[in-house]
Design a protein around this ligand. Structure first.
Ligand code: AMP
Length: 114
């Protein structure tokens, strides 16, 4: 299977601005930010879409949100507010088939999204 763009970033084959990394996750700036803060919280394990989650992934998904919370605090948007999003498949707007949690903030976000 070809590597995803995020696997290439994890392997340092292509550059990214890395905010945090441990054995399970990497956090990078989105290359095309939609707000002043737009991070991607990416599990190192490749899971193509949310539809592919198994019971074994429950802790990992929880960890992505724990990391999102910590990053929001670190970047000082925890009190002003932020949004976390998983896009799934075509209608959900997914373009990279390696799940990732968007963390978006730093401005007032519209609702509902388009
Ligand atoms: P999604 O549309 O939910 O699959 O999100 C994929 C996100 O990855 C988009 O917001 C892209 O801007 C972002 N992206 C694509 N390539 C890169 C890259 N090389 N470095 C950082 N972010 C990227």
């Amino acid at each position: 299977m070809n590597k995803t763009i995020f696997e290439k970033i994890i392997l340092r084959e292509i550059p990214a601005n890395i905010h945090f990394e441990d054995q399970d996750v990497i956090v990078i700036d989105d290359i095309n930010p939609t707000a002043p803060i737009h991070l991607l919280i990416i599990p190192k394990k490749r899971i193509e879409t949310l539809n592919d989650l198994t019971d074994d992934d429950t802790n990992l998904i929880g960890k992505l949100f724990q990391v999102a919370k910590e990053m929001a605090k670190k970047l000082n948007i925890d009190e002003s507010g932020y949004r976390t999003i998983f896009n799934c498949n075509n209608d959900g707007g997914q373009t990279v088939y390696h799940i990732h949690l968007h963390l978006i903030g730093g401005r007032l976000l519209n609702w509902p999204p388009g």
